[in-house]
Design a protein around this ligand. Structure first.
Ligand SMILES: [Zn+2]
Ligand SMILES: [Zn+2]
Length: 255
């Protein structure tokens, strides 16, 4: 059984816990964009500690994704996967033998789950997003991308669960107090997905989907009800839909 829980989502910090296996579950943390005390507290709320993490995957070097990753690795001896560009982008931290370099198209066998990272268009050095498969179900993690190339949809086409970026409402972004360059960056091809773009992804992947989590919402340029409405319009009533909270994330959910 594959289950997952967002520990927080958005520009204030992203981290998603994914668990597979039965009696001795394996726990992967995708992104670690929180301070170490906050991460420890959110894990404790899920009944876990930092020593319960078996692996970390970092999608890219932006602060809301990298957070305390190096500190967790050094103090708790957790293997960490990221692209070479991400490692360079976050200042080439000393991760000793715990660093595992990965790239677009790799398959990472973690025993009870397999990770398939793929490249996404985002303004980072070598960003990756990923699908996670336990042999029975597939979970897609898709945040921090400015548009959705065909290969992204192909990677995610078998997903029954999807954590999907709904960063902004295009109109709220255009009317916001953000300076022009930032509006262009966020809304551009190497920025973040709007609610409408996310809905297009959801519509495409709908045949296999059972669970969708709207994630990485902008506090200034989006509202949970707008993201929810955009997705529910295409997903209908039979696919579970929720919005990840910036601080409390989501409850545990089955993929
Ligand atoms: Zn981000
Ligand atoms: Zn980013």
């Amino acid at each position: 059984m594959l289950r997952f829980k967002s520990l927080g989502s958005g520009s204030s910090g992203n981290a998603t816990l994914i668990e597979a296996g039965g009696l001795a579950p394996f726990r992967l943390l995708v992104d670690c964009g929180l301070g170490i005390r906050v991460l420890a507290r959110r894990l404790a709320e899920a009944g876990l500690g930092l020593d319960d993490l078996d692996a970390i995957f970092i999608t890219h070097e932006h602060g809301d994704h990298i957070g305390c990753a190096a500190q967790v690795v050094r103090q708790h001896h957790v293997p960490i996967w990221m692209s070479e560009g991400t490692w360079r982008g976050c200042g080439e931290p000393a991760l000793n033998s715990w660093l595992r370099v990965t790239a677009d198209g790799d398959r990472i066998d973690l025993g009870c789950m397999e990770l398939c990272p793929f490249t996404v268009p985002h303004d980072a050095l070598e960003p990756l997003q990923l699908s996670v498969d336990d042999g029975q179900t597939q979970l897609g993690i898709l945040t921090d991308l400015g548009h959705v190339p065909e290969h992204v949809l192909a990677h995610l086409k078998g997903c029954s669960a999807l954590l999907l970026e709904c960063n902004h409402d295009a109109q709220l972004l255009s009317e916001s107090a953000y300076p022009g360059f930032l509006k262009q960056r966020v809304g551009g091809d190497m920025g973040h997905l709007s609610n409408r773009q996310a809905a297009e992804v959801a519509a495409h992947l709908k045949p296999h989907l059972r669970q969708v989590v709207a994630a990485h919402l902008s506090r200034q340029n989006n509202r949970p009800e707008l993201a929810q409405a955009a997705l529910s319009e295409v997903l209908g009533e039979h696919i579970d839909l929720c919005v990840a909270h910036p601080a409390s994330g989501t409850p545990w959910m089955r993929a």
